[in-house]
Design a protein around this ligand. Structure first.
Ligand code: NAP
Length: 243
């Protein structure tokens, strides 16, 4: 069996990804930070189906905790075959109204954590000469979003980082790719009114908002041998919105 770490898997896209990977013969390590109850409930849901899942609390923007998450995975399963850097926070508002604290937190969780977690798993993947890293960016990292400038910067940074790491690690059998979701119906968008959502849907050629499972399916495929010649790419999953 392969082993996957999914950061920020207590809710939303990370949760859907953990479920799909567990159903497809991965040992899944469900990382969470604040949502302990949801993470433990998810482990119960999966293990009662005979699937292999454990959870681990770590703020992945903190180097010591990121390292501990990787060590926990190695102690439990001996290997990391797939890292999904999914944990993220949104930051919306005019840049002129954004506090330095919010800027630093957004960069730390979205970008620094992706860099740190990649560094921590890369050592083992290099000795194995195999591995997969999938980083969750955003449509705003591709085209920039007004009132999401810092968020857009972190997500654009993830794309550049992924392309660089694909070149740095590709010769050693390790693929690094990005997924850039459009709008997905998770807690991250819970602040949007039904009217806001409908206005967005009106601009989406596929005529619906995305579901967390739409992203999970792409993670499973990108990590599989079906995608073994795909490296350093950005898979935009947005129903044709803004493209
Ligand atoms: P969500 O429902 O708000 O879930 C965010 C997850 O990230 C939670 O599990 C949360 O864990 C975790 N997290 C936050 N800070 C963390 C930290 N410091 N350490 C560890 N985990 C942390 O968001 P989502 O919509 O599923 O988003 C998942 C990813 O997709 C994010 O990177 C987001 O930017 C990206 N994305 C989302 C959309 C969208 O429309 N939803 C679009 C494009 C990209 P706890 O609750 O346990 O703290």
């Amino acid at each position: 069996m392969k082993t996957a770490i999914i950061t920020g898997a207590s809710r939303g896209i990370g949760k859907a990804t953990a479920i799909l990977l567990a159903k497809n013969d991965y040992n899944v390590v469900i990382n969470y930070n604040h949502s302990e109850e949801q993470a433990k409930a998810l482990v119960d849901e999966l293990t009662t189906q005979g699937l292999s899942a454990v959870c681990y609390k770590a703020d992945v923007s903190d180097e010591t905790q990121a390292e501990a998450l990787v060590k926990f995975t190695l102690d439990n399963f001996g290997n990391v075959d797939l890292l999904v850097n999914n944990a993220g926070v949104s930051a919306s508002g005019l840049l002129i109204d954004t506090s330095t604290r919010q800027i630093n937190e957004t960069i730390a969780v979205n970008l620094t954590a992706t860099v740190l977690m990649t560094q921590k798993v890369a050592r083992g993947m290099l000795s194995n000469q195999s591995g997969n890293i999938i980083n969750i960016s955003s449509i705003w990292g591709e085209i920039g979003g007004s009132c999401e400038a810092v968020y857009s910067a972190t997500k654009g940074g993830i794309i550049a980082f992924s392309k660089a790491m694909a070149k740095e690690l590709g010769y050693n059998g390790i693929r690094v790719n990005c997924i850039a979701p459009g709008i997905i119906d998770t807690d991250m968008n819970a602040h949007l009114s039904a009217c806001d959502v409908q206005n967005i849907i009106d601009d989406i050629p596929c005529q619906r908002i995305g579901h967390a499972e739409d992203i999970a399916k792409a993670v499973l495929w990108l990590a599989s041998d079906e995608a073994d010649y795909i490296n350093g790419q950005v898979l935009s999953i947005n129903g044709g919105w803004n493209t």
